[in-house]
Design a protein around this ligand. Structure first.
Ligand code: KMH
Ligand code: ZN
Length: 271
């Protein structure tokens, strides 16, 4: 099997320091957390940023500062979120792509998101795909339900996304596909041959789905964006603690962990 790519989703847009006081929010805290995750075995950092009031923002200057501080410390692949927070207009979501991060997310459809709607109409998705392509960024296709795979394949036919495709299955969002093994198998069987995939299980589904991905030859995303607990009722001490556990499990299950350079090769990215 290929080496395992671990992505650390450090903060997201929804979690607060009230939920877990160890949540990194400032650019410096994000860089420290990214470095600790890199040391623990992460090769990609999935990046959202917050403003001075810890609110989610797509402010280009804040993304620039966080990326600069991360790159000063290590060679981890920086993946910007183009999802941001629910309700943001597409122009806001694509602005940070001008900084030309190595990777960025691309959600290929609309999904209920708890009580909200994560809005990704076809014009939105195509605008984000175009901005990703124009800036030479590697897209990670975020799949919250299975129809989003079909939408991604339509983008390929339109020339807006170029294989090899990399998918991230975000499972267990209330409103999206639930985090069961049966659903994971269905998603994996639905993507084109030659694609790579990772799974981001929300909440208590994080660990079992990550374990499945390690066994099946997929890749894993963990972090406070998806889950703030280490075990039932016990808050995680850091994002790195969650990454460390995946690296440890992978070793036990016979899979080596990829460095950022190895991850770039596995994902077909130009260095
Ligand atoms: N915060 C969610 C509404 C992404 O990063 O691209 C969207 C999200 C997806 O987190
Ligand atoms: Zn995100």
């Amino acid at each position: 099997m290929d080496k395992l790519i671990i992505t650390a989703a450090l903060v997201g847009a929804e979690t607060t320091k009230q939920d877990n006081p160890n949540l990194p929010t400032s650019p410096q805290e994000l860089a420290d957390a990214a470095y600790a995750c890199w040391q623990a075995g992460a090769s990609i950092v999935h990046l959202h940023v917050r403003d001075a009031n810890e609110q989610p923002t797509q402010d280009v200057a804040v993304f620039a500062e966080a990326m600069r501080l991360i790159k000063e410390r290590c060679d981890i692949i920086v993946q910007f979120s183009t999802g941001g927070a629910v309700g943001l207009p597409v122009e806001e979501r694509t602005k940070p792509l001008g900084l030309r991060p190595e990777m960025a997310t691309l959600t290929t459809g609309t999904v209920n998101f708890g009580p909200d709607v994560f809005f990704n109409s076809e014009p939105y998705v195509e605008a984000i795909a175009k901005a990703i392509q124009e800036n030479g960024v590697k897209p990670e296709i975020e799949v919250f339900e299975s129809g989003m795979i079909d939408n991604a394949l339509r983008l390929v036919r339109k020339g807006l996304v170029t294989p090899p495709l990399h998918f991230d299955f975000v499972m267990g969002v209330p409103g999206g596909i639930s985090g069961t093994v049966k659903n994971l198998l269905h998603l994996v069987e639905s993507i084109p041959a030659g694609s790579t995939w990772s799974v981001a299980g929300i909440g208590r589904t994080e660990l079992p789905l990550a374990t499945m991905a390690i066994i099946m030859g997929g890749h894993v995303r963990v972090g406070f964006e998806d889950n703030i607990y280490y075990s039932r009722g016990v808050k995680a001490a850091s994002n790195a603690q969650l990454v460390e556990r995946i690296a440890r499990l992978a070793k036990e299950l016979g899979r080596e962990v990829a460095t950022p350079s190895e991850a770039r090769q596995l994902l077909g990215m130009t260095p």
